[in-house]
Write a protein that binds this ligand. Structure first.
Ligand code: ADP
Ligand code: MG
Length: 324
């Protein structure tokens, strides 16, 4: 009897030992695309875990080199230099992301508009630089997604206004996160987290339990406004605290209303939950611009995507599916 008990407990111990030693969480954090990238994977092989995490970081860097407006050799920068003069041939990937951005402009009634950059490029939040009222007035007409002309056959892009500039800052990180998750899935990972700034996507759960993902208080980096138990989904947050400066009591931040060419002020943060981070990212920016009423309306008619808005009176608003 004692021998049996001994051997069962030995077996139990062994199983426990095997499971704890074989599989574990691996984590990496790096600064890429001007933001914090975080990856977590559950794996029983440190080699595979390292391979997965470095593939994710490499993907982030690849997209940065392709789409950063600050890297003069990026495809996006070249487009901004040349597409006002003649159609420019671009990669399928950039073409598709711009095409999707234009669809989202229509869907969001112009709230999401990558040509915001026609004025937006004159802001330097770090240096507390903003355009003058005259500059905004002169360039405002160049904010109009309809000036971005696509030719799918030739895979070219042309700007039908000489002052148009585009910027994919409201969608590129979500795209990068989706790509990263696809890379991890291809490598066989079943439990993972990828975060790029405000864009997070979760693969599976956290070993039988949901991941607990916090939405920070826009006015206190150490406090969570909401904590959500999540699995197999994406969550993107846009806030007026990411990049901003204050001048004469006004908060100048990085989410611009395409109508005015200045920062939107109706809400402090927007979080979107949905399967695709690319869409979560763009929708969080769009809903931020639309404000509470139009933002919630948009989410209520967008299937599979939901959101939480914290308005400028610090009141929470939920789309239909999330309403408590
Ligand atoms: P982040 O994670 O960088 O805070 P957000 O998802 O909150 O990104 O989007 C903000 C970024 O979106 C800005 O830095 C800018 O590049 C871009 N952006 C700002 N206003 C708009 C707009 N109206 N339409 C599309 N993109 C925008
Ligand atoms: Mg966004």
């Amino acid at each position: 009897m004692i021998a049996i008990i001994k051997s069962t407990s030995l077996l139990l111990l062994l199983t426990f030992w095997v499971s704890v030693t074989n599989a574990q969480w691996y984590q990496d954090k790096q600064g890429i695309m001007g933001t914090n990238i975080q990856v977590e994977v559950w794996s029983d092989s440190s080699t595979l875990a390292e391979q997965g995490m470095s593939a994710v970081m490499a993907e982030m860097e690849r997209i940065n080199q392709l789409m950063s407006p600050y890297i003069v050799t990026s495809e996006l920068a070249i487009l901004n230099q040349q597409a006002g003069a003649h159609p420019v041939k671009v990669s399928q990937e950039l073409f598709d992301l711009i095409a999707l951005s234009l669809e989202l402009s229509i869907e969001t009634k112009g709230a999401f508009d990558i040509t915001f950059a026609s004025v937006g490029y004159l802001f330097d939040y770090r240096q507390h630089v903003k355009p003058s009222e005259e500059q905004v007035k002169a360039l405002l007409e160049a904010i109009n997604f309809r000036y971005v002309v696509l030719d799918a056959q030739k895979q070219t892009i042309y700007f039908a206004h000489p002052k148009v500039k585009i910027d994919l800052g409201g969608i590129a990180k979500g795209h990068a996160v989706d790509n990263a998750i696809a890379i991890l899935q291809d490598l066989g990972f079943e439990h993972a987290l990828v975060t790029a700034g405000g864009d997070t996507r979760l693969l599976g759960d956290r070993l039988g339990k949901p991941w607990m993902v916090g939405i920070r208080d826009p006015r206190d980096a150490d406090k969570q406004a909401v904590v959500l138990p999540l699995e197999n989904i994406g969550l993107s947050t846009s806030g007026d605290y990411e990049r901003y400066f204050e001048q004469d009591g006004v908060r100048y931040h990085h989410i611009l209303s395409p109508k005015s060419g200045t920062s939107s002020h109706e809400v402090q943060s927007v979080s979107i939950l949905g399967p695709r981070s690319t869409l979560n990212d763009a929708l969080s920016t769009a809903v931020f611009v639309l404000g509470v009423q139009d933002g919630i309306d948009l989410l209520n008619r967008t299937q599979g995507y939901d959101g939480i808005i914290l308005d400028n009176h610090r009141k929470l608003h939920y789309s239909k599916e999330l309403s408590p």
